[in-house]
Design a protein. Sequence first.
Length: 178
Amino acid sequence: MNKLTKVGVSALCGSLAAVASANAGSLSVAGTADVTWSGLDYGNQGNPIGLGSNMTFTGSGELDNGSTVTLNVVHTNTANYSSSNLTWDIPGLGKLGVNQLYNGIDRIDDKMPTAWEETWGTAVGTGIQTVSGVGGGMNVNWTSTNDMGGLSIHAAFSPKAKEGAGTNDKSTSGGAVG
């Protein structure tokens, strides 16, 4: 019985060491800030000075099988929590991800550098809705590897996309069903 206990403890210690090495990773923070001065020719606009700030937290790690896991959390301007995504890059199979907010056609929408020429990039609110692809809430997506002669395939799925955006720390959606 004593020998069996020692084998069990050794196996437990070995598995804990394997989990600890698989969970190693890094975390970095990047950010920008901008100052704006907006003016209207009519009406009372209030204070014309604006300050925008953006921060992105990026975490990544590599598993023992060569797969990599990446987490991005984005905070923009006054929003507490703008968007996030978790991507699992599986060698030979592509990338599997879970995204909050931006995905689908958003990956290619509005990628040109701007000089605040777009109406939604200024202090003047327009209520404009840009193209948002599969859904504005939580979604699961897959991107193929580029092993097919430079061709890549993107597929995404968002169940009940019109019933509310997913919450940032829960497993359920924010919309009511009924």
